[in-house]
Design a protein around this ligand. Structure first.
Ligand code: F6P
Length: 459
């Protein structure tokens, strides 16, 4: 292959530029041209296919800086539906006209679902990205455990899991961790630590909502900030136990800090956060208001009297407050761990493509002997028998539902990723850049301004 395309699809992460950079560095070594398609699949829906040549003369363009979050080629949730055969054909014709012989999609489970039809007409490899850490499998046979039943609700069916027959082993996870996750955990830990001291001082109960959709990895990782209680979407809320635990803690320390994943569910399996029901183009439910919904439940259950008797507030509503960490989890400088492995995975995606692999995912594997190492995993093996890719959830052994904290296995998992995740240069960058005079003297200069000057069109 002489020329390949790359696009970044779905929600952004701090490690996308690092992945693109890794791909470009490897492509330079192999003398392959890389065209970046602007705003994910959106570029291919546009007959003019806006794109940027990322390595003229086999040098990365200067805007491509792996320490900057986001993606210089833009991202969108524009989604190629597997049923849309005409669009798929048109996309491939457009790519051929640009003389692009293979495509790297930097994306998550939604992107992998969408890229399937393309793989029938053009070699496509996925380089993983997601802060949610939900791309991959806890074990090889996980997709076979899904059952599909018809349902009155759209899309006419619902999934259920059969109980697992597999003995879980950390070393057998497929795609141990995805770049972007470590930085998101870092931000959530900082949020927890900062809210703690105000909760302590004002005798309050804080509920901090973190992203992650239906997967509790970010919530689990926030354990490094030492919240008192962590609630994850994989375990239905046990309200009696939660209230009991909150009271135990509040009696003792006069403040409680709860982290909840945005996808937590009640005993009936209903998401607390689906106040505003909407979906992104890939069909994912957009969750919002989880912490607030939980707050309302706690206000009712605990009641005002409890706080009045303790002389710590006039009402439950006054004491219990919420903070949503939100998009700060997804932005800014990626930590060393994310930069390093994102770049490696970008390079691996190029290698897989040049080995003529198709419909394959570059993965980051881990075992005790080798630590982290790269591999490629067949995209089809991530699908259930109906062809659907499910977001990976926490393996049940990672969470202690009674303590509402990570279990021993969960701690072992996190400890492979986070202790070395912050690089010396990450710390130095705060010292050098945070209060730099230039921040006051000059306006923000967006990479979009420079990259726009490089955008070319098909016609
Ligand atoms: O999948 C990444 C993610 O950040 C989720 O954790 C979150 O639910 C969602 O995207 C938010 O999407 P948006 O930025 O489109 O609101």
């Amino acid at each position: 292959m002489k020329r390949i395309g790359i696009l970044t699809a779905g929600g952004d992460t701090p490690a996308l530029n690092a992945t693109i950079h890794g791909a470009v560095v490897r492509a330079n070594e192999l003398k392959v041209e890389v065209y970046g398609l602007i705003k994910g699949f959106n570029s291919l829906f546009n007959p003019r296919v806006p794109h940027v040549h990322l390595n003229p003369l086999f040098q990365p363009i200067p805007e491509l800086d792996p320490t900057i979050g986001g993606t210089i080629i833009g991202a969108s949730r524009t989604y190629l539906s597997p049923e849309n055969h005409d669009a798929t054909k048109t996309f491939v014709e457009r790519l051929h006209r640009l003389k692009i012989e293979g495509l790297i999609c930097v994306g998550g489970d939604g992107t992998l679902n969408g890229m399937q039809p393309l793989t029938e007409l053009l070699p496509v490899v996925l380089a993983p990205k997601t802060i949610d850490n939900d791309l991959g499998l806890n074990y090889r046979s996980e997709p076979d455990e899904w059952q599909r039943k018809s349902s009155d609700k759209a899309p006419g069916h619902a999934y259920q899991r059969l109980s697992s027959q597999t003995v879980f082993d950390l070393e057998r996870m497929i795609n141990f961790v995805t770049p972007g996750f470590a930085t998101a955990v870092y931000v959530s830990v900082a949020g927890v630590q900062r809210v703690r001291t105000t909760a302590e001082s004002h005798r309050r109960i804080a509920i901090i909502e973190v992203m992650g959709r239906r997967s509790g990895y970010i919530a689990l990782g926030s354990a490094y900030g030492r919240p008192d209680i962590i609630l994850v979407p994989e375990f239905a809320l046990e309200i009696e136990r939660l209230v009991e635990r909150i009271k135990e803690l509040y009696d003792l320390q006069k403040n409680v800090l709860i982290v909840c994943g945005e996808g937590i569910v009640d005993q009936q399996g209903n998401e607390l956060g689906v106040e505003k029901v909407s979906q992104d183009p890939a069909g994912n439910k957009m969750l919002s208001g989880t912490a607030e919904a939980l707050r309302q439940i706690l206000i009712k259950r605990i009641g005002d009297k409890y706080f009045k008797d303790l002389r710590r507030g006039e009402s439950a509503a006054e004491v219990i407050f919420t903070r949503t960490i939100g998009h700060t989890l997804r932005g800014g400088r990626p930590l060393l761990f994310d930069r390093f492995y994102a770049a490696q995975l970008g390079g691996k995606a190029v290698d897989l493509l040049l080995e003529r692999k198709n419909n394959v995912v570059a993965t980051l594997q881990w075992n005790r002997q080798r630590g982290f190492h790269l591999d490629g995993f067949d995209g089809n093996s991530l699908r259930d028998r109906w062809g659907h890719i499910h977001a990976r959830q926490l393996h049940p052994s990672f969470y202690d539902a009674h303590a509402m904290k990570p279990s021993r296995a969960g701690i072992e998992y996190l400890m492979q990723i986070l202790p070395g995740a912050i690089g010396h240069d990450d710390v130095e960058s705060i010292r050098n850049n945070f209060f730099a005079a230039g921040n006051l003297l000059e306006p923000y200069h967006s990479f979009n301004t420079d990259v726009s000057k490089r955008i070319r069109y098909l016609e």
